[in-house]
Design a protein around this ligand. Sequence first.
Ligand SMILES: [Ca+2]
Ligand SMILES: [Ca+2]
Length: 113
Amino acid sequence: MEAVWKIEVEDFPAFVVVDDKGNDFFKQWSKEAAKEPEADSFFDETKEFFFGLDKNKDGKLGVTDLMRGFSIDEQKAKKLVDQFDVDKDGWIDVKEFELMLFKSEDLKRQMHA
Ligand SMILES: [Ca+2]
Ligand SMILES: [Ca+2]
């Protein structure tokens, strides 16, 4: 049996995280997210928030964007980038941002503040 994985690319720099068993990292957590009835609107809301913070519109957030967006200090913002920068390019893209908010109740509250 041969499996072909088709990845839909949207209007952000796309990447795929695959472990040694060929599992798509984001497929895993979007499956988790799909269990939540609010998931769709949550992701739309998150995207809007992301693009509001992305001042130079390059589809990536850096430490200073996060500091401003969540009213947090530099140390905390750096920690978030470390933790959620899945592809290790030093920036948080929209997928990583969704993951960040999905995993953090504190940040979610900030988004609604
Ligand atoms: Ca940016
Ligand atoms: Ca990244």
